[in-house]
Design a binder for this molecule. Structure first.
Ligand SMILES: C=CC1=C(C)c2cc3[nH]c(cc4nc(cc5[nH]c(cc1n2)c(C)c5CCC(=O)O)C(CCC(=O)O)=C4C)c(C)c3C=C
Ligand SMILES: [Fe+2]
Length: 444
């Protein structure tokens, strides 16, 4: 399977949560439809949590001939719901994504929110294991395996007043500052609750979205929803960094879990729970992260008129292979000082990949895990397309805000993009076995 650039290369036939392949997955449980789980139908080894791919001896769906071709590894790949961090942060980019924000219904408070998060967590656990939803499953994902489905939950600033939990609201959730280039649509920004769904199969992702929406019942209603995509695993001959809709390799310099300061940059430390007095985050955010979500329209008609050379100067990297304009390959360190014969910097002073670097921003870093989007063509013939930019960090002020301030002051890319919607969400750590996401906040 192709790693689509973010840190974790998923190995087929493994059940993964973040950096670890687990072998203690949830036990098989009965499906509401016919008392047999989808995983069993697909020949997955539920008791061990290890998902069998093409090589795994398929038990076989009753209506399928015994000699049916076994499920491809793409469908069998499974991410564990329970773990230190929520799923959907450390895994590689998925081919299909939905991001959706909900507002609590009038009259719904902490009790209803707790019940909702409990329902959502159970649905996420089941669906990520390839099982049917607990009630009224729609059958949309019936023949598919988990397909690397991840479902991630977060809380927006407004959630805390709605539930009387203001004292538990992290300072890091303070609204993002205005940026001069913002053209934000408030109706498609923020929200009480946020759900990110990703999968390598569009039907599996849609199935999850529908189940999550139905679970919301009368407790919460959808505020906005956005749909995205990435390259399908296996589309390239070998694992490569993904490309965005401008055609650039995007994600090359993402922080890697193997780097010493990775956890510190991306996740709220464990000490938030162990030493609440000394921590700047509330205890319930231990091992959590903050997600900044920006809907960034790409002005593709303008962009595509540029020569490849001009496009490369905007980014500071080669379009073909993502190498820095100072030379080498994609992974070669960028030489910021290199000049051409005329004495001009080969990586222009306002090139996006120069000015976003941590060493140009006091160490500010974030884990970018985006989806592309395309929502049709506007009346004037312009594509409504771009990047659902989602970035993860332990502190949005030190991460996104620092870098976006810099971009606001003179990024060569800014002429070709428009920030149209924005959200900031506190994403708690992963739920332990028997727990639901956010339990430590809602029952603490
Ligand atoms: C505020 C943060 C960022 C926004 C908004 C953003 C938008 C954006 N970026 C691209 C394309 C590329 N970005 C690249 C690198 C890069 N971008 C950011 C931050 C934001 N980008 C960072 C932190 C970095 C890495 C810097 C580094 O550590 O060196 C690249 C180069 C390849 C790569 O490293 O990923 C591209 C290409 C688009 C198209 C876009 C908005 C639509
Ligand atoms: Fe960027």
């Amino acid at each position: 399977m192709a790693d689509q650039s973010t840190p974790e290369a998923r190995t087929p036939e493994k059940a993964l949560n973040g950096e670890t392949a687990l072998n203690d997955g949830p036990p098989e449980s009965a499906d509401t439809k016919g008392g047999i789980s989808r995983r069993l139908l697909l020949g997955t080894a539920g008791a061990t949590g290890l998902v069998l791919g093409a090589a795994g001896g398929a038990v076989g769906y009753a209506a399928r001939p015994a000699e049916a071709t076994p499920l491809a590894s793409l469908g069998a790949d499974q991410v564990m719901f329970h773990g230190k961090h929520q799923p959907g942060i450390l895994q590689g980019l998925q081919a299909r994504g939905h991001v959706v924000a909900f507002d609590l219904a009038a009259g719904a408070g902490r009790k209803e929110a707790a019940a909702l998060l409990r329902r959502w967590s159970e649905t996420a656990r089941r669906l990520m294991a390839g099982e049917a939803a607990q009630q009224d499953d729609t059958d949309v994902a019936r023949d598919a395996g988990p397909s690397s489905l991840t479902i991630t939950f977060g809380f927006g600033h407004s959630f805390f007043a709605r539930t009387g939990l203001e004292k538990q609201r992290p300072i890091a959730l303070d609204p993002l500052p205005d940026f001069s280039s913002d053209q934000l649509d408030k109706a498609r920004s923020n929200g009480d609750l946020w759900v990110q769904i990703g999968a390598n199969d569009a039907l599996v992702a849609f199935h999850a979205l529908r189940a999550i929406q139905k679970d919301a019942g009368r407790a919460a209603k959808v505020r906005w929803q956005m749909n995205g995509f990435n390259r399908s695993p296996g589309a390239t001959s070998h694992p490569m960094t993904a490309r965005n809709l401008m055609g650039q390799m995007d994600g090359t310099r993402n922080p890697k879990p193997t780097e010493a300061d990775f956890d510190q940059r991306i996740f709220v430390p464990e000490s938030a729970a162990k030493d609440p007095a000394g921590a700047k985050d509330p205890a319930w955010m231990a091992n959590g992260s903050y997600a900044v979500v920006r809907r960034i329209r790409m002005l593709l008609d303008d962009w595509e008129q540029l020569s490849v050379k001009a496009q490369e100067d905007v980014i500071g990297r080669r379009k073909s292979d993502g190498a820095p304009l100072s030379g080498g390959t994609e992974t070669t360190e960028m030489d910021l000082e290199k000049t051409d014969k005329a004495g001009n910097l080969v990586v222009p002073i306002n090139a996006h990949a120069r000015i976003t670097r941590p060493d140009q921003n006091g160490g500010a870093a974030m884990l970018r895990r985006p989806f592309s989007y395309h929502d049709g063509i506007d009346a004037d013939g312009v594509p409504d397309a771009g990047l659902l930019f989602i970035c993860w960090q332990a502190d949005p002020l030190r991460g996104f805000v620092t870098v976006q301030r810099k971009l606001d002051r003179g990024d060569a890319l800014s002429k070709y993009i428009r920030h149209e919607a924005s959200g900031l969400f506190a994403v708690p750590g992963g739920a332990a076995e028997g727990e639901y996401v956010g339990q430590r906040l809602l029952e603490g």
